[in-house]
Design a protein around this ligand. Structure first.
Ligand code: KDG
Ligand code: MG
Length: 455
């Protein structure tokens, strides 16, 4: 016989209530909501749930990984970018096999809760693969929130602080005059700020200079034809001799007005980087980018002690915590994380707020190997924070724009984001199928003696 449901007297009832409370103690304290965050309580709107998570890997010109999150509201979905150049399938698998099952049924409006759950929940946190997957989810959720609110994401972040994001493009060449010509072309196109890279004499395919095409017309500089990595050569001596000559030439021929930048791409040691920063001082760079490997943050002090060339760092960082020391010591002037590799807008706005407190500006990574959704996210953050510095940009080829429409537009030296609700970017799923994934790697680099060098 089952026990009677009703207690015989009040004392018995209290006892039973107590027993129930003991059996579910967390519920009684209001902390046992379970795995799924509480339903949305936006007044006037029905609760919303994630109903499907689709991961699309496509190669319209180069490989991209997209995350499409569908919701219980018919027609309401968000698209995020989860591209990690050369490791696309690792991120796609993480999303499909590990994150998607955790997302189904959750409230897409609870972005911060979902971020914390996916970042801290698995115990194994961080790293480029997981943080890129997380960024894909994060961007899709901000896209959904904006669409639901009928607002572009920058409005959700506090509204405009500026009309557009000051942009820089790339110029490169095999010798000083080729670079000069490329900078002039960029200036004619409306750029006030240009990153300049030159080939190292005697070494094949220096970083940033491999292509023969006008660098500002292609999405990224890394050719993806080869299905195995090709190897470039690097030697610090010739590199350190040619780069100051490049900037002396550019200042002599182009004058002081154009803002010039240079990417070291984490290739140098501390003393070499300090020497380069010091020798570039007379040419007043807007910034010298990523002079050291991300493991060696303390070595930035040495560069600082020897030069006033502004420093930027961060495209290989994966979390807010990677940025903390450099920012709080004011060892850099620009933090340039990749929103697509540090977990999206949710983490980037914290990086920006931390940087604001220490007079550091933002310069988010904006190469061709992240999809238009991340470029749009960059600009939504850029135009809604007080301490924006500059935005790297590329022009996507026609085929990429057809599959992934809505990239921010370039106007008179600035990047403009659309006022469409959400991020303003989308994915043409049918067309994406026509461009299946192609195995491709970033190049690697070696010294002349055959030893491994950072690319
Ligand atoms: O995939 C690697 C590229 O994103 C990176 O080499 C681009 O350094 C880069 C930059 O500054 O755009
Ligand atoms: Mg770079």
């Amino acid at each position: 016989m089952p026990p009677k449901a009703q207690p015989a007297n009040r004392r018995g009832f209290l006892k039973l209530a107590g027993a129930t409370a003991l059996a579910k103690p967390a519920l009684a304290r209001g902390t046992a909501w379970g795995e799924v965050a509480p339903p949305a309580s936006t007044p006037g709107l029905p609760p919303l749930k994630i109903t499907d998570v689709r991961v699309i890997v496509t190669c319209p010109g180069r490989n991209y990984v997209l995350v499409k999150i569908l919701t219980s509201e018919p027609g309401l979905y968000g698209v995020g970018d989860a591209t990690l150049n050369g490791r696309e399938l690792a991120v796609a698998t993480t999303l499909e096999k590990h994150l998607a099952p955790l997302l189904i049924g959750r409230d897409p409006e609870a972005i911060e809760d979902t971020w914390q759950y996916l970042y801290r929940g698995p115990y194994w946190r961080g790293g480029p693969v997981q943080m890129t997957a997380l960024a894909g989810v994060d961007l899709a959720l901000w896209d959904i929130k904006g669409k639901r609110a009928g607002m572009p994401v920058y409005q959700l972040l506090g509204g405009r602080t500026r009309q557009g994001a000051l942009a820089y493009t790339h110029a490169s060449g095999n010798n000083l005059t080729e670079v000069e010509d490329a900078v002039r072309r960029a200036m004619e196109r409306g750029f006030q700020c240009v990153r300049a890279q030159v080939a190292i004499p005697g070494l094949e395919g220096t970083y940033g200079t491999a292509e023969k095409k006008k660098s500002e017309e292609i999405a990224g500089r890394v050719p993806q034809q080869a299905d195995l990595p090709h190897t470039e050569l690097f030697e610090p001596g010739p590199y350190l001799r040619i780069v100051p000559k490049l900037f002396a030439h550019l200042r002599a021929t182009l004058g002081e007005e154009v803002e010039l930048l240079h990417d070291v791409h984490e290739k140098l040691g501390p003393v070499e980087a300090a020497r380069l920063a010091k020798e570039l001082e007379p040419y007043h760079l807007f910034f010298l980018e990523d002079p050291l490997r991300p493991e060696y943050k303390e070595s930035f002090r040495l560069i600082r002690q020897h030069s006033t060339t502004p420093l930027a760092m961060g495209e290989l960082f994966n979390t807010l915590w990677d940025c903390v020391d450099l920012i709080k010591e004011q060892s850099i002037d620009f933090i340039r994380c990749d929103l697509g590799h540090i977990g999206g807008i949710t983490n980037a706005r914290k990086v920006a707020a931390l940087a604001e407190a220490f007079q550091v500006k933002t310069a988010w990574h904006g190469p061709g190997d992240i999809a238009p959704a991340t470029h749009a996210a960059n600009v939504h953050v850029d135009i809604s924070i007080p301490n924006f510095g500059i935005q790297e940009m590329v022009f996507f080829p026609e085929v990429t724009q057809q599959v992934l429409p809505g990239a921010p537009e370039f106007k008179d030296g600035y990047m403009m984001v659309s006022d469409a609700p959400g991020l303003g970017t989308d994915l043409n799923e049918e067309l994406a199928k026509k461009y299946p994934y192609q195995r491709a790697y970033l190049p690697t680099a070696r010294r002349r003696d055959g030893s491994v060098q950072d690319w």
